[in-house]
Design a protein around this ligand. Sequence first.
Ligand code: S3P
Length: 207
Amino acid sequence: MEKKHKKNKEYTKAPHLVLIGFMGSGKTSIGKSLSYKLRRAFYDTDKMIEESEGKTISEIFASKGEGYFRELETNVLREIRDDRIPRIYSLGGGTPVLLQNQPLIKMCGTVVYLRISAEEVYERLKGDTTRPLLQCDDPLAKIKKLIALRSPAYERCADIIIDTGNVSKDSVIGDVLDRLRELGWDISTDDKEERSDEDSGDKRSQS
Ligand code: S3P
């Protein structure tokens, strides 16, 4: 199926805005706000996987293992690449790590990497129980190790890199919009439609 796709000369990059970054970098929260600004539907690939499997991410890791979850992520990327309606997608923090996923991610559209430090991730996700990879004795050490390992992959996939540390959500959104304009996106914003989900207390909104 992959081969067939490559032979199709008409195939172009999909038109999506794709958010990548470590767990807790704000992909979901920023993605939801951008969905109002850009008037595009927002999708979180973890949620897509949870819905199609009928299980939470933690349950999938526990019952079928991380390898199985990574296969599901690659399948979802193929769906996104083949989706031609412009949307905003937030990818799970580990999706860009698999080498085979990197060209797929780039084919999905314009990729924004929300960069964050290990210490900030730790502060944001302290007490979170929904990320199986962080359920360990020393989550900060694990976060540091994973960020060091994954940063090159995030950078390779990114068209735009935005630092999210110690800055407000509005400033991050403003930076993303500015960088998109620089890339030629025609963006007219109308803030009236936006609703703040800042205080929703929804842990997933930090993903
Ligand atoms: C993971 C990140 C999570 C989720 C899963 C694995 C990772 O997504 O896909 O727990 O490997 O970093 P978020 O980045 O949305 O938290």
